[in-house]
Ligand binder design. Sequence first.
Ligand SMILES: [Zn+2]
Length: 234
Amino acid sequence: MAEDAPAPDHPGAVWHPSPNFGPRRHGGDPNLIVIHYTAMKSARAALDRLCDPAPADGGAVSAHYLVCERGEVWQMVAERDRAWHAGAGNWAGCEDVNSHSVGIELANDGDSPFAAPLMDTLEGLLTGIMTRWRIGPAGVIGHSDMAPGRKIDPGPRFDWRRLARQGLAVWPEQGAAGDFDADLAAIGYRAPEGADDALMLDTFRMRFRPWGRGPLTEADRCAARAVAAACRAG
Ligand SMILES: [Zn+2]
C-alpha cells in the first residue's frame, strides 16, 4: 500500500481512489446523502467505471461509496471532497447537489431485489455518514428525487421503509390529506421546466408509494402531507 494512501472515512470500507472528484463549492459541509443503483452487470464493472477518468461511453463519474451485493464497501472519494454522482437536478433549493452531498452507489441491476448483506452494510454506512456530518433522516434521498424524469434510481424496489425504521430516512405515517403540490415543494421536490403533473406524481410514488397507479388519489395527498411533516421534524 502506498504510504500516502488516506484512511477511508468509513471504518469498514476499502479505499479504492477515483481521480474523478474536486473541492466542494460554496465551502459547505454535505447536508444530503444521495442513493443510487449502478445498473451494471457487476460491482467490479461499476467500480472500474466510477474510477475511469476518460470513459469511452460518456463523461467521467464517481461516487463516495460503492456497496456490493455481498456487503463489501469501497470508498472512492473522501467525504470532504465533491464526487460526481448527482448531475443536473436540484433538491430543496440546492442546484449543486454534488457540492452538498455524499453519494452512495448500490450494486443492483435495477430489476432485482437489493441483496440483504448490501442493505445491512448500507445501514451502518448511513449511520456513520449521518453522524459525522450531522445529517438527519430527511437528508437521505434517492437520485430520482432530485432529477425527476431523468433518473429513476434507486427505484421502486428499494426498501425506504426499512431505512426509516432505523431513523435513516423519512417515511409517511398516517395523516390527513393536504395540497399535493405544496407538500411536494415543502419536501424538496421541484418540477423540471415544462414537466406535467403526472411526472411529479410518478416521481413521488416511485419513492413513497411504488404500488400507486392512475391519477392523483386521496392516499397520495395523505402520504405527501405526512412526508412533508416528517421532513420538517427531521
Ligand atoms: Zn444515480
